[in-house]
Design a protein around this ligand. Structure first.
Ligand code: HEC
Ligand code: HEC
Length: 468
C-alpha cells in the first residue's frame, strides 16, 4: 500500500517561521523552485515604489510557502482545528475519520478504481504474468514509482507469490495521485497555458482569446454555483472532462478519473493559494500589519468556502421541460424585456452579440469599441447566440445554470429574482432556438462530442420534438 507521509501540522504559533519541512520526498538537490508572488502583492505606485513594502512581500511569500509548499512539493499545512476534526485536505480519498478530507463517496471511489483497472491494464497483466520488469510507470507518478520500488525491494524475486501479486495490483487499482504528482502532471499538461501559479500567464497565453483562466482570484465561469461562490469539485471535474467548447481549453477525457480528480485537487490548491495571497495583501493595506494570526485566519476562512462549496449549488429538482412554440415565444418576450431578461441590451435583438450596451464610442478615436472588461481585465463581448457555441456545456440544464446564475467574472448577470424557473426555461428554449435554425446547423456541431439524443438533458436546448 502507498505509505502516507505525515502531513505538516502547525502547532500553535511556535512553528511559525520555522519552515515546516515535511515533504512527500527527500528535498531534491536542485534549487527549489518557489511560486512567484501575484500582481497585487508586487504592484508599484506611480513613483515606482512597491505598494506592499519588500519585507512584507517576503513575509507573504514565506507564509504562503509554509501553507502551500512549492511547485515540486505542494501540500496543505494542517491547522490545529483540522487535526482535532481528523480532517486533512492532502488526502481527499481517505475518509475524514481516517485523516483524509473524505470527499469521495464509496460509489465514486469504486468508479475511480474501475477506471484504474482499465488505465493500468498492461501493468496489471504484467504483474499477473509475474513479469515485474515489464511494469512501466508514467513520469508524472513519482510517488507511485517509489511505492512500487519499495514493494519490489521488500520481497526477493523468488518469494513473489500470489499474495504479493495481490498487493502489487492493489497499488495500481487504488491509485490516486498525490498533490506532488498532480503538480507534475499540471506542469506537463497545463502550465504552458495556465502558468506555474495558475495565473493564466503561461507562455502560450498571450496568443489566446479568451485567455486561459487565472485561478488566483478564485473566480470560475462555468459552475452550477449560486452567489458567485467558489466552484465545487464536480464543476472543475466537468471542465477538465469536457473542455470549454469554442476556446483553447481542451478536453482531458483521455486521462483517468484519478488523474482528473488529482488535477482538480491541484487547481484548487493554486486557487486557494491565490485567494489567500490577495487576502493577505488586503489585510496588510488596511491594518498596516500582518500578524501570524491574520494569516491563519485568512487560510482557514478561505478554505472553509471551498469546503462548503457543495451547499452553494443551485438546486433544480424538477423535470427539464421540452421546448414548445409557446415557451420559445415567452422566452423571446423576456429576452426583449428591459425589466426582466434584458438580454437584448447585450446580446442584441437578433442575439448576434451586438447589443447597444456592450459597445461604446471611444472618446479618443471616435471608434466603436467593446464597453466591457471581464474580472481579469480583458475586453469581453457578449456571445453571438446564433452560433450555438455554449462554452459551459450545451445541455439545457447547463444553459439554465448560465442564465440563472450569470457567468461569474463576466458582465453576464444572474437572473433577476422576479424570474421564475418557468421563465428561465423559456429563455433556455428561446436561446436554443436561435441556433437551431437550419442555416446555422454547421456551426452547432463544430467541436462537440456526440451526445445521447435519448436523454432529455442532453438534446439541443431549442429542439422541439416536431422541429427535427
Ligand atoms: C491550450 C491552452 C490550455 C491548456 C493546455 C489548458 N487550458 Fe485550461 N483554459 C484555457 C482557456 C483559454 C480557458 C478559458 C476559457 C473561457 O474563459 O471560456 C481555460 C479555462 C480553464 C478552467 C476554468 C473554467 C471555468 O469554469 O472558469 C480550468 C479549471 C482549467 N482551464 C483547467 C485546466 C487544466 C487543469 C489544464 C491541464 C490539465 C488546462 N486547463 C489546460 C486554456 C488551456
Ligand atoms: C451585461 C451584458 C449581458 C447581459 C445583460 C446578458 N448577457 Fe449573456 N453573455 C454576456 C457575455 C459577455 C457573455 C460571454 C461570456 C463568456 O464568454 O465568458 C454571455 C454569454 C451568454 C451565453 C453563453 C453561455 C455559454 O455557455 O457559452 C448565453 C446562453 C447567454 N449569455 C444568455 C443570456 C440571456 C438569456 C440573457 C438574459 C437573461 C443574457 N445572456 C444577458 C453578456 C450579457
Amino acid at each position: 500500500m502507498r505509505i502516507r507521509t505525515r502531513s505538516c501540522v502547525l502547532a500553535g504559533l511556535a512553528l511559525w517561521g520555522a519552515g515546516c519541512q515535511l515533504d512527500f520526498a527527500p528535498e531534491p538537490a536542485a534549487p527549489v523552485v518557489h511560486y512567484a508572488l501575484g500582481p497585487a502583492t508586487t504592484a508599484v505606485d506611480e513613483a515606482g515604489d512597491p505598494v506592499v513594502p519588500l519585507h512584507v512581500q517576503e513575509h507573504i511569500a514565506g507564509s504562503l510557502g509554509m501553507l502551500f509548499g512549492t511547485p515540486s512539493s505542494p501540500r496543505y499545512l494542517l491547522t490545529e482545528e483540522w487535526v482535532d476534526e481528523g480532517f486533512d485536505p492532502n488526502w481527499p480519498t481517505a475518509a475524514a475519520d481516517d485523516q483524509g478530507s473524505g470527499e469521495f463517496s464509496e460509489d465514486e471511489l469504486a468508479r475511480i478504481k474501475a477506471d484504474n483497472e482499465r488505465d493500468f491494464r498492461r501493468e496489471l497483466a504484467a504483474i499477473e504474468a509475474g513479469d515485474f520488469d515489464a511494469v512501466r510507470i508514467p513520469s508524472w507518478m513519482p510517488d507511485l514509482e517509489q511505492s512500487w520500488r519499495d514493494l519490489l525491494a521488500g520481497k526477493p524475486a523468488e518469494q513473489r507469490d500470489d499474495a504479493f501479486k495481490g498487493e502489487a495490483k492493489a497499488l495500481f487499482v487504488d491509485y490516486y495521485p498525490t498533490l506532488r504528482e498532480s503538480a507534475e502532471h499540471f506542469r506537463q499538461q497545463c502550465v504552458h497555458c495556465h502558468g506555474v501559479e495558475g495565473g493564466g500567464d503561461g507562455p502560450t497565453a498571450r496568443f489566446l482569446n479568451p485567455r486561459p483562466r487565472d485561478y488566483r482570484p478564485g473566480i470560475f465561469k462555468f459552475t452550477a454555483q449560486a452567489d458567485k461562490s467558489v466552484p465545487r469539485r464536480a464543476d472543475l471535474y466537468t471542465i477538465l472532462d469536457e473542455g470549454v467548447t469554442g476556446t483553447a481549453m481542451p478536453s482531458f477525457r483521455r486521462l483517468s478519473k484519478a488523474e482528473l480528480h488529482g488535477l482538480v485537487d491541484y487547481v484548487r490548491l493554486l486557487s486557494i493559494r491565490g485567494m489567500v495571497e490577495r487576502d493577505l495583501v488586503t489585510t496588510y493595506l488596511s491594518d498596516d500589519a500582518l500578524p501570524a494570526e491574520a494569516v491563519l485566519e485568512s487560510y482557514a476562512s478561505i478554505w472553509s468556502k471551498w469546503k462548503g462549496a457543495d451547499e452553494k449549488k443551485t438546486k433544480y429538482d424538477g423535470d427539464v421541460p421540452a421546448p414548445s412554440p409557446e415557451s420559445i415565444e415567452r422566452g423571446r418576450t423576456l429576452f426583449m424585456d428591459a425589466a426582466t431578461g434584458n438580454c437584448f441590451s447585450c446580446h442584441g435583438e437578433q442575439g448576434r452579440g451586438n447589443g447597444a450596451s456592450a459597445f461604446t464610442t471611444s472618446p479618443e478615436t471616435g471608434e466603436v469599441v467593446p464597453a466591457y472588461k471581464d474580472d481579469w481585465g480583458n475586453v469581453i463581448i457578449p456571445r453571438n447566440l446564433r452560433q450555438g457555441i455554449f462554452r459551459g456545456g450545451r445541455r439545457p440544464i447547463d444553459i439554465y445554470y448560465r442564465i440563472k446564475n450569470g457567468i461569474n467574472g463576466t458582465p453576464m448577470p444572474a437572473a433577476v429574482s422576479s424570474m421564475t424557473d418557468a421563465d428561465i426555461w423559456a429563455l433556455v428554449h428561446y436561446v436554443g432556438s436561435l441556433s437551431s435554425q437550419p442555416r446555422t446547423r454547421a456551426h452547432r456541431s463544430a467541436g462537440h462530442a456526440p451526445h445521447d439524443a435519448t436523454d432529455p438533458q442532453q438534446s439541443s436546448p431549442g429542439q422541439t420534438s416536431s422541429g427535427h
